[in-house]
Design a protein around this ligand. Sequence first.
Ligand SMILES: [Zn+2]
Length: 71
Amino acid sequence: MNRIQRFFTWLLGPGVERESREWAYECGQCGHRESVWDMGGIRYKAIGESSHRGRCPACGHVGKRWLRRSR
Ligand SMILES: [Zn+2]
């Protein structure tokens, strides 16, 4: 947990971590998922999916990665 994550957990409670772990970047090539929390970020009370450009650590594919919530 980094300083930002610790701050928001302190501010908003443990739900921040739980919800941030449900959100993950998904590779459009191989489907590899990387949770927002594990990447050092937070995502809380968010709706909708979005796409970002990035590099997949699993297959090395550079391009669209979907930010999706898993259930
Ligand atoms: Zn990939």
